[in-house]
Design a protein around this ligand. Structure first.
Ligand code: PLP
Length: 367
């Protein structure tokens, strides 16, 4: 196979999964442990406390679930909503599309607000829907903070402002899979009711842990929400939180120690410095794309993403070919264009465990 001849480390410039720091790999290199021993609950307690700092919440309740981002979506929806509930959901790219598909399959009444791919959520449409909804039929607003397929970051504080302006009680559910711990994210300040991410993104862990955080209002909603849920039921977690043993079922011990090491690294660097590092790498990527004479798929500066850049290629080139060559020649993984933008864009991921030296993508000039 061609790639066997590409020397060097495999560089993951995809927007997740990302490189895992050596300290985290070492922390996970251990035997299994009995999760009912005193050590695991003690470790879990520190994780639950510290993960809240990443979400910037003091009042939220976190759940560390053996799942991926997709399961975290399902946990957010089924714990807070009932079949038939009207929800507003913004379609701006492949991941918001997949979340909407899940919402529809869970039998919610999804009011889809669609944008061209490369644009952000249409908040003017949200404003008019909230203004018209004096009977409060809208039960939730679902939004992907950072659309990983197009490199578009939505402004969450504006969503909160609109909900407040219209005094609308809808729940505010946010996919922060490619933003939390990399792009400024403030669960409490922005009045987010459920926020979620996956371990393989900015936390730079292996895939396998979905992290969901619920506000007191979301927990209250979960008491009456009628969606069927079993594995994802927050009630089971809370029961074990109250017992002080924390786990309704067997956790991955290795991932828990990995999460401890990942959080320690983030706090050592400083969360604000982590966010600033992503800003720098995001800006550097955009400047490089401009210097190559190529266009960013993201249509306006206000939506530029600091974790992923989708680059539009000239129409005579298939972007998948660039991704293939990068992998074959350089052992370098770039993100493919997905769905509507397949063949038209390739994506450069710049999130997680990455610094300027690791992220030397100048070689792309030679592709
Ligand atoms: C914004 C966003 N949401 C959800 C997902 C789905 O996450 P997972 O693949 O971990 O299920 C992804 C995956 O890349 C994503 O980028």
């Amino acid at each position: 196979m061609d790639y066997m001849y590409a020397p060097g480390k495999n560089h993951l410039f995809v927007p997740g999964p990302v490189h895992i720091p050596d300290q985290v790999i070492r922390a996970m290199n251990r035997n299994n442990e009995d999760y009912r021993s005193p050590a695991v609950p003690a470790l879990t307690k520190t994780l639950l406390e510290d993960i809240k700092k990443i979400f910037k919440t003091t009042s939220g309740t976190p759940f560390l679930i053996p799942t991926t981002g997709t399961g975290a979506w399902e946990s957010a929806l089924t714990n807070t909503l009932s079949p038939g509930d009207r929800i507003i959901s913004f379609l701006i790219g492949q991941f918001s599309l997949l979340w909407i598909d899940q919402q529809q399959r869970l039998n919610f009444n999804v009011d889809v607000v669609e944008s061209d791919w490369g644009e952000g959520a249409k908040l003017d449409v949200l404003a008019s829907k909230l203004a018209a909804d004096t009977a409060h039929t809208i039960k939730a607003i679902c939004i992907v903070h950072n659309e990983t397929a197009t490199g578009v970051t939505n402004n969450l504080s504006k969503v909160r402002k609109l909900l407040d302006e219209y005094r609308h009680p809808a729940l505010f559910l946010v996919d922060g899979v490619s933003s939390i711990c990399a792009i400024d994210f403030r669960m409490d300040e922005w009045g987010i009711d459920v926020a979620l991410t996956g371990s393989q993104k900015a936390l730079s862990l292996p895939t396998g842990m979905g992290i969901v955080c619920a506000s007191p209002k979301a927990l209250e909603a979960s008491k009456t929400a009628k969606s069927v849920r079993v594995f994802f039921d927050w009630k089971d977690y809370i029961k074990f939180y109250n017992l002080g043993t924390f786990w309704p079922y067997t956790p991955s011990i290795q991932l828990l120690y990995g999460l401890r090491a990942a959080l320690d690294l983030i706090f050592e660097e400083g969360l604000e410095n982590v966010i600033e590092r992503h800003r720098r790498l995001g800006k550097a990527t955009r400047l490089a794309v401009e210097a190559w004479g190529l266009k960013n798929c993201t249509q306006k500066e206000e939506w530029f993403s600091d974790t992923v850049t989708a680059v539009i290629v000239p129409s005579h080139i298939n972007s998948s070919e660039i991704v293939r060559r990068a992998w074959q020649r350089y052992n370098l993984s770039l993100g493919l264009g997905l769905n509507k933008v397949a063949g038209k864009v390739f994506r450069i991921g710049h999130l997680g465990h990455l610094n300027e030296v690791m992220f030397n993508f100048q070689l792309l000039f030679q592709l």
